[in-house]
Design a protein around this ligand. Structure first.
Ligand code: GRF
Length: 230
């Protein structure tokens, strides 16, 4: 049933880019963000997240990267078409939510300071693919996820927020991935909300979070130590 909850409201326009499942898209929509999800755009026509968007009355679009394979510069041609599809909605923010494409520098520059990504690792550890498998292979005690502003290097850019989870002794890739995903679904709606509220400022490699209007600056958390100390 279409609720239209996320795109009916006022507030700045946000465009979400996906390639697949769309569980982060769902988390953002269901959080009731203070913005209008103007469109969900996928590079894959079969992305399940498109069905979710349609069911919620959100405009969808597909810019299929395979359609540009025979052009002289497929990556630039795809990014150009994608940029047109995005800019039709004049978004204040572009949210990459499981968007599995490497973007050209021109595309990234065009959305500098207004495009964010979620990555399933504690960046700068494990940029790229198979992050959970790599974390298990290296025996790390803490793993997690990161929301960051997008810059032209892969999975890099000023970090907005991170969550750490413990790696358990007998973890499988699936179990670890599921534990991280729970945190992704907490972090991404919060990061979108902070951005839309105008509370994020990029300051060199850092992102500063302004306190909520009338609120106090949140306390920094205590250390997270895994395994717990005796
Ligand atoms: C998430 O793990 C995200 O961190 C990564 O791709 C996955 C997308 O999942 N970039 P979903 O499509 O949001 O369910």
């Amino acid at each position: 049933m279409a609720t239209g909850a996320a795109n009916a409201g006022a507030g700045p326009a946000v465009v979400v880019l996906i390639s697949g499942r769309g569980s982060n898209l769902r988390a953002i929509v269901e959080s009731g963000p203070p913005c209008r999800i103007a469109a969900v755009i996928s590079n894959r026509p079969d992305a399940a997240g498109l069905d979710f968007a349609r069911a919620h009355g959100i405009a969808t679009d597909v810019v299929d990267h395979t359609a540009f394979a025979s052009t002289a510069d497929p990556r630039a041609a795809f990014d150009g078409a994608l940029m047109q599809a995005i800019d039709r909605h004049d978004p204040a923010l572009v949210v990459l939510a499981g968007f599995m494409r490497i973007l050209t520098a021109g595309f990234v520059d065009h959305y500098a300071g207004r495009m964010i990504n979620i990555h399933p690792s504690l960046l700068p550890a494990y940029p790229g693919l198979h992050t959970h498998r790599r974390a298990l292979a290296e025996g790390v005690r803490l793993h997690g996820c990161t929301v960051h502003f997008v810059t032209s290097a892969l999975d890099s850019g000023p970090i907005i927020v991170q969550a750490a989870v413990p790696v358990h002794a007998h973890d499988t890739e699936d179990a670890l991935s599921a534990r991280v995903l729970v945190q992704e679904h907490r972090l991404y709606p919060q990061a979108v909300r902070w951005f839309v509220q105008g509370r994020l400022a990029i300051d060199g490699p850092r992102v500063r979070l302004a306190p909520a209007a009338g609120g106090r600056t949140p306390a920094e958390g205590d250390a997270l130590v895994v395994p717990p100390l005796d």
